[in-house]
Design a protein around this ligand. Structure first.
Ligand SMILES: [Zn+2]
Length: 283
């Protein structure tokens, strides 16, 4: 809603100003058009587009398959972890963080709506939370991540892409904690091109369905490139666990990204969001 609302406000403001000061109104309106279309934005090293690879839930298939594949191409991903981690893999997550991948916060108990919480106690359904308890949980997860990796997470991914907890949106409360510079929601093959109206605490993405083939992933990437935009993949299992895509499919996507490194910037979620926030200040 925000992405539509702000240009309308700009347009109405320009009309109002036009009645009082036509020259000033034209200047402001033109500046608005330029910044909304993102024409002033330049990606680093002359790249044309950006891809962010994110992986949710801290799964063993990330450590065993996705990360070795990423490392073999020198590409980095963002891994959103929640409290359900195997303690015998803590050292592997620490190494992942040390090797330049990002480890983000995905809450402690991963609350979702009751209808999406098959097999879980209703205590952990998002309807039964309130904002203070959710924020407390995120704070505990921050300490757990710090204990494992020695770093505080700077990004967050909403569990089940739900921004509402106990009937209230907690995006603003999340921002007010000061823990994070950005937070990711879900989406269906979203390509971000309107950077001036991007809400850094509700960044849309492409939630990849189980069994998606390589050509679908590559087609989306080509579209991101064509649009000179930003595409954020959300994966779960890679060659195992759940909601998984085949290891070969993931490998093929990485091969494509590697062969287009002169055009596509592949970076972590926080890195790209901080770059955008920094660019915004310079505009
Ligand atoms: Zn999740």
């Amino acid at each position: 809603m925000n992405q539509v609302f702000i240009p309308i406000v700009r347009f109405v403001s320009a009309l109002y100003l036009a009645a009082k000061n036509p020259a000033l109104a034209i200047l402001i309106f033109l500046a608005g058009i330029l910044s909304v279309s993102g024409q002033n934005l330049k990606w680093p090293h002359g790249k044309k587009a950006v891809i962010v690879l994110t992986y949710d839930d801290g799964l063993n298939s990330h450590l065993d398959i996705a990360i070795p594949q990423l490392d073999s191409f020198g590409l980095r991903g963002t891994f959103f972890l929640y409290g359900h981690l195997s303690e015998n893999r803590f050292a592997d997550w620490k190494k992942t963080s040390e090797n330049g991948h990002e480890t983000g916060n995905h809450s402690l108990f991963h609350p979702c709506r009751l209808e999406d919480s098959a097999g879980k106690s209703p205590t952990f359904s998002s309807e039964n939370y309130d904002i203070p308890s959710m924020i407390r949980e995120i704070r505990v997860m921050d300490r757990l991540l710090f204990a494992i990796t020695g770093k505080h997470a700077t990004s967050y991914a909403y569990p089940c892409s739900e921004t509402v907890i106990g009937g209230f949106d907690y995006g603003e409360s999340l921002k007010e904690t000061g823990f994070f510079s950005c937070a990711r929601i879900g989406g269906d093959k979203t390509i971000i091109t309107d950077f001036s109206n991007l809400d850094y605490f509700k960044v849309p993405s492409y939630s990849v369905n189980a069994g998606t083939d390589a050509s679908t992933l590559i087609c989306y990437t080509e579209e991101v490139l064509k649009e000179k935009g930003l595409g954020i993949f959300v994966f779960h299992g890679i060659g195992g666990d759940y909601l998984s895509v085949d290891a070969d499919v993931h490998l093929e996507l990485l091969q494509f990204l590697k062969s287009h490194t002169n055009e596509i910037w592949v970076a972590t979620f926080s890195e790209v969001m901080e770059y955008l926030q920094d660019s915004e200040q310079k505009l």
